[in-house]
Write a protein that binds this ligand. Structure first.
Ligand code: ADP
Ligand code: ZN
Ligand code: ZN
Length: 718
């Protein structure tokens, strides 16, 4: 009897594969193996012996080797991947391989790199020659904290690093080492009364599964609360993972954490890391004390896991929008449950999904209503009624006056406009041509600085045409406002002001720290940017926030648009102003009577959440129902719709599950593919899950096939 091994491979097929295990190869479930697959070799995950193999013995192919240069996936990760396979109806093999950093998904032997330069004992005492100034400076830096190879390379310090290593004063190491000498440390401030009360109810629950939702206004000290919980977890020799949104704030947060836990081992994981660093950090995760990272960290190997924190739990970046369309928040809850550890969700504006669970008692609700620094006042929020006040180049007179006054007091202002580029479109006044994307149902955005028209959906770019492509009129106009144009307008209005524009076109990940310094140092008067600015900043002298043109979200067909807008505006409002300087928020809107603003002006998240929840309940929308979206993409809309109609006919009969009609997607064409979707909904999660379990295999049988189809469980974007 040959020893047969079941292997999960990264294929779109919903099945596992059997291989013969040659004598002498030791394997455990989770081991990574190399196997022949078709005419290629693939890396797979060994699962175990199949209950009964359907492959005839003489057709079985051999496992080539066990990849013992890398650790096996642990039983808890195997279990979590199985949960995802069941819940998201996605192939197990594809999920398992996706939990690995890309570098470990191929069989080339992995030679551990040594990405960190740290000072040696000799280096701590050494005195490099005075003329070697660069070496001295680097050694000084190393005495405070190790430096990464990447940073050194970027700063053109590699040569000096090599010299220090040659002298025996520094050494390359594999695991992010601990700061060489005592780093700057920070003590915990005494807890506020609210933080104290929160700790008293949270600390006793740390040893077991439970979901705790911290709803705390911005600045109420949620981060401080996480730190104290983590402290307790580390004290019992367990690990904590902190999931944060996909933004460039990891370095700042990491620094904040390191200061509080000197001598502890940290690891970070996010998509901004270079491949080698990401692999190193993933390999270091099992030995770290605290892992800080974006959504992919939820699958990291953490054998002593004791706590999961999901900060800004409402943030849309926790949901992956392609491949395995998972919600890291929901997977975190599943992982916590499987591992019997607590999970803490935190936000100033929780998702309605989480808030509803807290209101019905399934999650523990912890509220922090006061800012931690006591005198800090919430800002005044004023509306500028666009129905009565004229707009010139996107700005009203009251907005400009507020900005001028703020600058005159020596304070700083923020101007938000959620559209990057110069203008949302280029327009021909004579024939009404409006720069269409040739590949999408979208407009090409005018980027004047790079002299291009760009599609923000498919990446198509072209230079600005000298004349209208449709009628030849040379006098084309910019239509509407983007951040580049706003910057231009503000520069013309306030020529003395130092203005900086921040959006995806101008921001590199490392630029945040530099920006922070420039603002704190008073080198910038006005920041202009998209909403990405709302998240990061914490600038005490920035006392005014102007918000232009949010009206699109107020009457959007997307039922989550108001929830998202409210969260964004609360975030902006929560940031404006500090203890000694009251903040002010000015919102330009043509709909000042919209209920969203009434709650916003009172800083009343619970009130608005209850109103939105009542509306969702009445309309039978999430969180009161569960949804699954079947998407199809094809070269023609007819083909996409035909596929979905066929799929609907194959749907199992279940009175508890509604199958809606197939419709074109809101963005009907992207990158030359027509997109359509079919919504399935049920008030009962179990019923919906069972329905999709029966239905999914049938979708493979539909002819003709479409270019692509996918299931999105709990879709966020339609
Ligand atoms: P949040 O995460 O809720 O926005 P933070 O934890 O960032 O709030 O805290 C906001 C500010 O208040 C920070 O500057 C933080 O250092 C400070 N802070 C938090 N807790 C306390 C406390 N107990 N005493 C004094 N300052 C505090
Ligand atoms: Zn024209
Ligand atoms: Zn496009």
């Amino acid at each position: 009897m040959p020893h047969i091994l079941q292997v999960a491979l990264d294929t779109p097929l919903y099945r596992l594969f059997d291989y013969r295990l040659p004598d002498g190869l030791g394997v455990q479930p989770g081991s990574l193996v190399e196997v022949p697959f078709g005419r290629t070799l693939q890396v797979g995950v060994a699962l175990g012996e199949p209950a009964d193999s359907r492959v005839e013995a003489d057709k079985l192919r051999d496992v080539i080797r066990i990849l013992d240069d890398r650790p096996a996936l642990s039983p808890d990760i195997l279990r979590l991947a199985q949960f995802c396979a069941d819940y998201y109806h996605y192939p197990l093999g594809a999920i398992l391989l996706a939990t690995l950093p890309p570098r470990l998904r191929n069989a080339t032997p992995f030679v551990a790199e040594t990405p960190w330069l740290a000072v040696t004992d000799a280096g701590r005492l050494a005195e490099p020659p005075a003329r070697a100034t660069a070496q001295r400076a680097l050694l000084d830096a190393l005495r405070t904290t190790p430096q990464s190879r990447e940073t050194l390379r970027a700063q053109k310090q590699s040569r000096h690093a090599a010299a220090l290593v040659a002298a025996g004063w520094a050494t390359w190491s594999r695991v992010p080492p601990q700061p060489a000498s005592a780093p700057q440390t920070a003590d915990a401030p005494p807890a506020t009364a609210e933080q104290q009360a929160a700790l008293e109810s949270l600390l006793p629950t740390l040893g077991q599964f439970g979901v705790h939702l911290i709803h705390g206004v911005t600045g109420s000290g949620k981060t401080e609360l996480y730190l104290r919980l983590i402290d307790a977890v580390l004290a019992s020799n367990k690990q904590a993972v902190v999931l944060i949104p996909e933004i460039a704030l990891t370095p700042q947060l990491e620094q904040h954490f390191r200061r509080r836990f000197p001598g502890r081992r940290f690891a970070t994981l996010h998509s901004g890391l270079a491949e080698a660093a990401r692999t190193e950090n993933w390999l270091a995760a099992p030995d770290c004390d605290v892992l800080l990272g974006t959504r992919l960290s939820v699958f990291a190997p953490l054998p002593r896991l004791g706590l999961i924190v999901v900060d800004e739990e409402h943030d849309a970046s926790f949901k992956q929008q392609d491949g395995l369309r998972y919600s890291a928040r929901d997977v975190a809850i599943a992982r916590a449950k499987q591992g019997n550890v607590p999970v803490v969700l935190g936000s100033a504006t929780p998702s309605l999904e989480s808030y509803a669970q807290a209101l019905n008692g399934r999650y523990q609700l912890i509220e922090l209503k006061q800012r931690a620094i006591s005198q800090a006042q919430l800002p005044d929020i004023e509306l500028v009624d666009l129905k009565h006040i004229p707009v010139d180049n996107g700005l009203t007179r009251p907005a400009i006056t507020a900005l001028t006054e703020t600058l005159a007091r020596g304070e700083q202002g923020l101007v938000f406009l959620n559209r990057r580029g110069y203008a949302p479109a280029l327009y021909c006044p004579s024939c009404a041509w409006v720069s269409p994307c040739p590949r999408c149902s979208a407009r090409l955005v005018l980027h004047r600085t790079s002299h291009r028209l760009k599609c923000h959906h498919c990446g198509f770019e072209t230079r600005i045409p000298p004349e209208c492509p449709s009628c030849g009129n040379p006098d084309l106009k910019a239509l509407g406002q983007g951040t580049q144009r706003l910057e231009e307008t503000l520069t013309a209005l306030l020529p003395a002001a130092r203005i900086r524009r921040i959006d995806r076109d101008t921001m590199r990940p490392r630029a945040w720290a530099e920006l922070g310094e420039a603002v704190h140092g008073g080198e910038i008067d006005i920041l202009v940017g998209t909403q990405m600015l709302a998240k990061g900043h914490d600038f005490p002298n920035m006392t005014l926030a102007l918000i232009l043109d949010t009206d699109g979200a107020l009457y959007s067909p997307d039922f989550r648009a108001t929830e998202r807008l409210f969260a964004q505006l609360m975030q902006v409002a929560g940031r404006a102003g500090r203890p000694d300087k009251p903040g002010r928020v000015l919102i330009q809107t043509a709909f000042p009577g919209h209920p969203l603003f009434r709650y916003l002006q009172r800083h009343d998240y619970p009130g608005y959440a209850r109103e939105l929840l009542a509306e969702r309940k009445q309309l039978e929308l999430p969180p009161f129902t569960r949804q699954v979206l079947l998407r199809a993409e094809a070269t023609t809309m007819d083909a996409a719709l035909a596929f979905l109609k066929h799929a609907a006919q194959l749907a199992p009969d279940d009175a508890n599950v509604s199958v809606f009609g197939a419709t074109p997607a809101p963005m009907a064409r992207v990158a030359n593919l027509e997109r359509a979707q079919l919504l399935i909904q049920s008030a009962q999660r179990q019923a919906l899950q069972a329905f999709v379990r029966d239905w999914r295999p049938q979708l493979d049988t539909i002819k003709p096939r479409v270019a692509r189809w996918s299931l999105d469980v709990d879709p966020l974007v339609f």
